[in-house]
Design a protein around this ligand. Sequence first.
Ligand code: AMP
Length: 438
Amino acid sequence: MKIASVKGFHDVLPGESARWTWIEQRSRDLLGRYGYSEIRLPIVERTELFSRSIGDTTDIVEKEMYTFDDRDGSLLTLRPEGTAALVRAYVEHAIAQREPISKLYYLGPMFRREKPQKGRQRQFHQIGVEVIGRDDAAIDAEVLLLLHDLMGALHIRQPRIELNSLGCSNCRPAYRDVLRAYGEARRASLCENCARRLERNPLRLLDCKVATCRDATADAPVMLDHLDSACKQHFDAVRAVLDRETVPYALSPRMVRGLDYYCRTAFEVVAEGLGSQNAVGGGGRYDGLVKELGGPDAPGIGFALGVERLVLSMADHPEALPLPPDIFLAPLGSAAEAETMHAAHRWRHDGLRVEMGSGGRSLKSQMRFADKTAAPFVLIVGEDEVAAGAATVRDMQAKKDFPKAVALIADGTALRQALAQLAASGEEKKAESGGAAS
Ligand code: AMP
């Protein structure tokens, strides 16, 4: 009996996985240039870490976490996001004492029991970055520049940054009261979730997806009109850097990011190719979180990108495809197979990408396999070639054979040179005969 994978949990198959690797490598490279170091965090944390940090009136904590009893009475959860876990590690290892400003990134799976659809899985993967220890507008701007540059480096189609400020503990409470009163006056038209959360989390009104809720709150007051002067100055300074660096963005006053811990700068990045789940990433500032989780009063800011959505929204790019082998070896018979095995081992050691057929297969079947791998050269080794100690090279593009053209004892460098020469002579022939070689 076949056993299927779990709903919302996906395999990443060869071919697609090359895009993942490419995304990870490009991201790591850029993050390094911006001064970030990687932190590797566990997948399981204590449940209270998330209920305390993300907020117990959020969708994630209310209904999406994979939580289980660890058979000793303790409740554990598969992490639904990375920030809380990263801050937990930051506090636990007293990282603040070693480095007052930390720039960290993480990569890996997250788990949320959401309704699966295009761009929404129950296991998904994030690349996340966090800066802890700075609260100035310049670092918020730098984080946004990094986000913008990542979109470019990953060839994301038509990325658009949406920006908002969520105020701070000084100005937000008064705004929440205004919004709560606004919601109370329309309680009868609100969806069940918004009505229930109105008391504790009125900001949810602004990003509720239910159409009747949206209509009823179309003219709701927004935080941007209620920032105190320090928050306004901070926000203006962030925008000034983006303008100077010509990073395009749109103000999005109703974007509240859902989680309790955000303050001041909040943002999302949306892109083409994603359908209704069009955010590839999001983040913001979280100045109270480190203290809330038992650490020093250190401010933080960060964002997370969803890798599955990056894959969906990236433009086709040849570098992100699986690399073909440099050469394909086709031995004919067991003596030839032993010789090619030996040569392949050396050439791989010398840095070449080598694929090899089976000596028991016909040349025709091996050539079919070689064709599929898209190797530019096939080295055919039959009895004659073994006796001569040299392989016949087939230039797959020019469709031309060069009998016993490369020595089986050649090292990787010599082999590369020989193949380059053969390819050039194939080209010459083609030019002489007006391309008739093909
Ligand atoms: P969030 O932590 O909800 O702000 O998510 C940040 C990013 O992670 C989103 O913009 C998505 O790209 C990705 N993401 C969040 N939830 C899911 C999910 N269920 N499936 C796939 N990607 C997700």
